[in-house]
Design a protein around this ligand. Structure first.
Ligand code: GLN
Length: 249
């Protein structure tokens, strides 16, 4: 089966090797006999609901975010309709911030967001940097951990009733205070975790792929497990670093 991925502003939002997330999705899909076609979506492309099974947007410094925010916000209607129509989505850090209502950056400029995630973000003085470990439950009863690296000035505030991606076991998370990290709306997930995220969190890569296939076929597939010893080891190294170091100002 062909899974079509819309990669939003790949030339601007691609910090801390976030592009590696695309490589993981493509390989894990191929190991199950599926093909992933990645299509770049920039200012001049249209976001047509139904055309993409999964959207991806990476992180970036305030400068790159300022450059893309107006054009990304202009895609808001299409992104909302696509996710309402069951497309999956992964947004990392700067991309995650711009899929909220707005991001007020370190120079005090308020960048417009897409408003997909019920949240807003305000940059603070000190950057939140360090290894992070989360506890997640994307599917009822299926508790998993996510490990990664965060580096953001933004403090992200979820609206009341919004669903976080996970609970912070170690690190800062959305704002360094509430103890939660990321946000989830249906098949869309936003997070601060770089690394890149997916090589060390194989279960999330498979979850996103299964949601993307469900968008195409109407059914969530059950994947055969893969030989994930290396991925599990990478996860453990990252989780151990988070437990010993945690976040630090
Ligand atoms: N520029 C944003 C911040 O500092 C996002 C950074 C990132 O994507 N790593 O919070």
């Amino acid at each position: 089966m062909k899974i079509v991925v819309g990669h939003l502003f790949p030339d601007y939002l691609n910090i801390y090797a976030d592009r590696g997330n695309m490589a993981v999705l493509a390989r894990r899909a191929a190991w199950r006999g599926h093909e992933v076609e990645v299509r770049g979506l920039g200012a001049d492309n249209a976001v047509r609901p139904g055309e993409h099974d999964l959207y991806y947007i990476g992180g970036g410094q305030d400068r790159e975010q300022e450059l893309v925010a107006p054009a990304l916000a202009a895609h808001g209607e299409g992104i909302h309709a696509a996710v309402d129509g069951g497309a999956a989505l992964l947004a990392v850090c700067g991309g995650y911030q711009l899929l909220g209502r707005f991001y007020r950056d370190q120079s005090g400029d308020e960048l417009p967001g897409v408003g997909l995630f019920p949240l807003h973000t305000v940059a603070g003085e000190r950057r939140m940097i360090g290894d992070v470990l989360l506890e997640c439950e994307l599917e009822p009863g299926d508790r998993r951990t996510l490990a990664g690296f965060e580096n953001h000035a933004g403090r992200t505030y979820l609206d009341g009733g919004a669903e976080p991606l996970g609970r912070v076991v170690a690190g800062f998370g959305n704002d360094g205070e509430t103890g939660y990290e990321g946000c989830r709306v249906g098949r869309a997930v936003g997070t601060y975790l770089h690394g890149p995220l997916l090589p060390r969190n194989a279960w999330l890569a498979d979850w996103l792929l299964s949601q993307a296939i469900a968008h195409r076929t109407g059914e969530v597939p059950t994947f055969e497990p893969l030989e994930d010893d290396l991925e599990a080891e990478a996860h453990e190294v990252s989780a151990r670093r988070a437990r010993t170091r945690g976040g630090r100002y």
